[in-house]
Design a binder for this molecule. Structure first.
Ligand SMILES: [Mg+2]
Length: 384
């Protein structure tokens, strides 16, 4: 079997997909979306396609090594997202070629279903805000979720007055009151805080027993992350912006966090996600893969979630369950997604929808992520 073509599609405003075709008539699909950067990853994939055409698609690790190592410049979000999509599509082809779910080729499943959390929280404490939050919670509770994630909205300065912190803390305690002690609650700080502010806020919410706080500070300085972890009495998580084992190395070895969130679509694909998980297992850290894009990326995450012992919970967003791209959406039952039995990555792509070209207005500079971000009081740049 040989790779004959690599096609790319842009069916939604930000969604980018690839289809790797073979002379055996087997196609592998994957998502190549990089949030906020819709144009650059397809250009990288075009370059990789020149290498891939004519090659045996079943030599997945060999191709990963070739693409990562032999092109001189390594890593970076664009290269790694492109490589991640190629890797996931090859795992899809391998599963279809051998007629088994791809997780059976990665050591076999160590669990029967994948626990997922949903995004829900209270941000607005007004009557209307609370009513909207209650409505969404009622809807999600019908699917049996046992964990929810929220985040403090808007930019945060190096320090904030008590009223700003108190509003977030009050909402956090109200969330606990609403869901009770059997449900887990987590908060994504989106790396917007300084270590000092993050520690202060975390200590204010420790009484409502969070499952974790995610990205309390940016990812570049592992010592700053460890400072937060060392001063907070519950798990800290990070990893959606870290790529490859080499970027995770210090976070794992210094034990800067308890929980790792590699994104399968950016960290280098399912092959690399599994290696990061195996590395973390040595330090009793668990993975909770980041997934804020679509249903093909979710399938690639669950390929690894199925086969590693140190998996805790999977992220997904509403659009990630189908987004009009699948013949049958992923289904959350009792807070879990059951493992699939079909060959490949568990998704049957609706090719008519997936190959449509998006014709609406394209996103401008960072528009997908809300555009330029500034502090209101002085116009200085704020972290997203
Ligand atoms: Mg996050």
């Amino acid at each position: 079997m040989k790779i004959t073509h690599v096609e790319q599609f842009a069916p939604k405003n930000r969604t980018r997909l690839i289809r790797i075709g073979t002379d055996a008539g087997i196609d592998g699909w994957a998502e190549s979306t990089l949030e906020g950067k819709p144009k650059s990853v397809p250009a990288v994939i075009d370059e990789y396609a020149q290498y891939l055409i004519g090659k045996d698609p079943l030599r997945i690790e060999h191709h990963w090594q070739q693409i990562y190592r032999s092109a001189f410049f390594r890593g970076g979000a664009h290269n790694m997202s492109a490589l991640a999509a190629v890797d996931a599509a090859l795992w899809d082809i391998a599963g279809k070629h051998y007629g088994v779910p791809s997780y059976k080729l990665m050591g076999g499943a160590v669990r029967d279903r994948i626990r997922v959390y949903a995004h829900w929280g209270i941000r607005d404490l007004s009557d209307e805000g609370l009513e909207a939050s209650r409505k969404r919670l009622d809807m999600l509770q019908k699917k049996g979720y046992t964990a929810y994630k929220a985040g403090p909205a808007g930019p945060w300065r190096a320090h904030e007055p008590p009223s700003r912190i108190d509003q977030f803390v009050e909402a956090a305690y109200k969330m606990r009151e609403w869901v009770g002690p059997d449900v887990e609650l987590c908060f994504d700080f989106h790396a917007k805080m300084t270590p000092a502010l993050a520690i202060e806020v975390c200590n204010e919410i420790k009484g409502m027993r969070p499952m974790f706080v995610e990205e309390p500070v940016p990812q570049e300085n592992t010592d700053a992350l460890k400072l937060v972890s060392d001063h907070v009495p519950f798990p800290i998580a990070t990893g959606e912006r870290l790529l490859t084992r080499w970027e995770f190395r210090e976070v794992i070895e210094k034990q800067c966090v308890a929980l790792l969130q590699p994104d399968v679509a950016h960290c280098g694909g399912p092959s690399e996600l599994k290696k990061i998980a195996n590395y973390a297992e040595v330090y009793y850290q668990h993975i909770m893969p980041h997934c804020a894009i679509g249903p093909l990326a979710l399938g690639a995450c669950m390929l690894v979630d199925a086969v590693v012992p140190n998996f805790l919970i999977q992220e997904q967003v509403d659009a990630g369950l189908g987004n009009g791209l699948l013949k049958k959406d992923w289904e959350v039952i009792d807070g879990h997604i059951p493992l699939w039995e079909t060959p490949g990555l568990g998704v049957e792509v609706d090719e008519a929808e997936a190959t449509k070209e998006f014709t609406g207005e394209s996103y401008g500079y960072h528009a997908e992520l809300g555009g330029e971000t500034y502090h209101e009081n002085d116009g200085s740049v704020a972290d997203w």
